[in-house]
Design a protein. Structure first.
Length: 178
């Protein structure tokens, strides 16, 4: 299946609204998204990404045949963390388990290492029933497991631990060269 990372457009509003009304998806995301996810929520989500200057954050829609199938974002750190970035991704349930997330993460890491003064990209999926999917995704994309942070995420009345995976610029360059 072919797909591409594109800048956000209001044309993805209906697809975003439909994807974000999947409780399984929103349970696994770090942000608290409203349920039901209405048109005004989708519009706000997209407008925020369209207004983004991309100095400290890079947001892309993942699109296949003009249909939004996911989202990937990078947040660049501040202060002493300015050489770090955090990556997050989600894929619509109908497009999972096809390698799209792994390929998108690799592409985004290449873009970030090429265009930003970043030394390290990290992912912090929290531990729920889907953690094995995130572990496989980041492992397959070339990230290394660094550790577990206990009870650091509070969502829906529960504390969750999360795992930290990272990729250094030198790791990425080694993957490119092999």
């Amino acid at each position: 299946m072919s797909f591409e990372m594109k800048k956000w457009s209001i044309n993805y509003l209906e697809d975003l609204k439909n994807a974000m009304n999947d409780p399984k998806l929103t349970e696994s995301l770090r942000e608290d998204y409203p349920y039901p996810f209405l048109e005004q929520h989708a519009r706000h989500f997209i407008e925020q990404r369209m207004l983004n200057s991309e100095i400290k954050q890079c947001c892309r829609a993942i699109v296949s045949d003009s249909k939004l199938i996911g989202s990937i974002e990078i947040l660049i750190g501040n202060g002493v963390y300015c050489g770090n970035a955090e990556i997050s991704i989600w894929i619509d349930k109908d497009y999972r388990r096809r390698g799209i997330a792994t390929d998108t993460v690799k592409k985004m890491c290449g873009f970030v290492f090429d265009d930003y003064p970043v030394e390290r990209i990290e992912a912090k999926p929290y531990i729920d029933e889907n953690i094995f999917i995130a572990e496989k995704l980041f492992h397959n994309a070339g990230f290394k497991f660094e550790g577990k942070i206990r009870n650091a995420v509070y969502k829906n009345g529960k504390y969750y631990s999360y795992k930290v995976f990272s990729m250094l610029r030198e790791d990425f360059n080694s993957l490119k060269d092999s």
